[in-house]
Write a protein that binds this ligand. Structure first.
Ligand code: PLP
Length: 379
């Protein structure tokens, strides 16, 4: 039985070339990039810099931005939350008591890095003037991992309402899934994960205004981020971006990321997204006819539903037994699911690598859930 993978919002099916070049890096290059004087090390370093440039192009960011590589969105948001805190080391721009606003649609990765470090974190539900009042840092969801909703308009509105705040966006579900234009959004930073758009896991980053990056405290200290170290006194730290990238980078991942970015740069992202969304719409139309199915949200590649009298985990288990991989539960967005009064859900998320046969397999499997769970059919 062929497995049907419909959990692309958790991690997208990989772009074959992206994982091939990752493996090739280790086979053919396998050098640590910084400070190496030999050819392969220089080659690796060149790829790192080329990848930064491609990412700026992909995000339509001008030269006022730079790229900091991290393991992904979660680490990037932790770097921002920690780095912005003013300290006696001269880094940071805000205090523990500063007002930080995140949106209710946020993934836990956009809530917890701030909640753990700041005393005044507002989880905004309306994003109105009252909630945004005196906000010094605002970190918003680009595209919801629960509903697939695109918040581009909201981000622009918040920028207008709060021209002075540090404004960032969690683009884990946004980059390569819709049109991204940092210049138009006028944001200060955005966080992304390569694995959400076909690149390997363990590589992502922060695209951030250079001026702001200069002020960020490093999250990690160690090799590659320092110019000079003496037994006494303070080390002299490297310039950005290296200052914020301590230790050996995931260079294999960067090779893969670079190739995934090439893939998306060579395509019309909106057209691809529309194709995926149409496929999901077909699934929605057919699922709505299945007794007991209640669709809660359906936008872009994501469809979120519940089935009457069957727990989402049981739905996902029956689907798994039929070779269909979907996600169930709180989707790392528990405050939002509780706020909506939904509780746990089942999420189906498509990618460009799915097809109409996958839709049929999904519908067939969902249609069998109630009977397999011994629940009477309802209308
Ligand atoms: N933000 C959103 C909206 C997500 O969907 C995810 C992953 O599910 C994350 C952040 C965290 O991404 P990562 O685990 O790659 O750091």
């Amino acid at each position: 039985m062929r497995e049907v993978y419909l959990d692309n919002a958790a991690t997208m099916t990989k772009i074959p070339e992206a994982i091939k070049v990752e493996a090739e890096f280790y086979e053919l290059v396998n050098a640590n990039p910084l400070r190496g004087l030999y050819k392969k090390s220089v080659q690796a370093e060149t790829e790192v810099e080329v990848c930064r440039k491609k990412l700026l192009k992909l995000a339509r960011a001008d030269e006022s931005y730079t790229v900091i590589f991290t393991r992904g969105t979660t680490e990037a948001l932790n770097l921002v939350a920690s780095g912005l805190l003013r300290g006696s080391d001269g880094f940071g721009v805000v205090s523990k008591n500063s007002r930080v606003v995140v949106d209710i649609e946020s993934h836990h990765s956009n809530i917890l890095p701030f909640k753990q470090r700041y005393k005044n974190v507002i989880i905004a539900k309306k994003m109105d003037a009252r909630e945004l009042f005196a906000a010094e840092v605002i970190s918003l969801t680009g595209v919801s991992n629960v509903t697939g909703k695109d918040f581009t308009k909201r981000i622009k509105k918040v920028r207008k309402m709060c021209p002075k705040a540090i404004l960032g966006v969690d683009m884990a579900q946004m980059l390569c899934h819709t049109s991204v234009d940092l210049k138009a959004l006028k944001i200060d930073f955005m966080a992304f994960s390569g694995h959400k758009f076909g690149a390997p896991m363990g590589i992502g980053g922060l695209v951030i205004k250079k001026e702001l990056a200069e002020k960020l405290r490093p999250l990690f200290y160690g090799g590659e981020m320092v110019e000079a170290v003496s037994p006494e006194g303070k080390p002299s730290l490297a310039e950005i971006p290296e200052r914020l990238e301590a230790g050996t980078l995931n260079i294999g991942g960067i090779y893969g990321l670079s190739r995934a970015v090439d893939f998306w740069l060579s395509r019309d992202i909106l057209k691809e997204a529309l194709k995926v969304s149409k496929m999901k719409e077909m699934a929605k139309k057919r699922l709505l006819k299945v007794p007991g199915v209640k669709v809660l949200a359906s936008n872009g590649p994501i469809l979120t539903f519940q089935m009457k009298d069957v727990h989402p985990h049981d739905v996902a288990q029956v689907l798994a037994d039929s070779g269909i991989s979907v996600r169930a539960g709180y989707l790392c967005a528990e405050p939002f699911l509780r706020y909506k009064g939904w509780g746990p859900v089942v999420r189906v998320s498509f990618s460009i690598f799915n097809n109409l046969e996958d839709v049929s397999r999904l519908v067939e499997a969902v249609s069998s859930v109630r009977e397999k769970m011994g629940v009477k059919n309802v209308r």
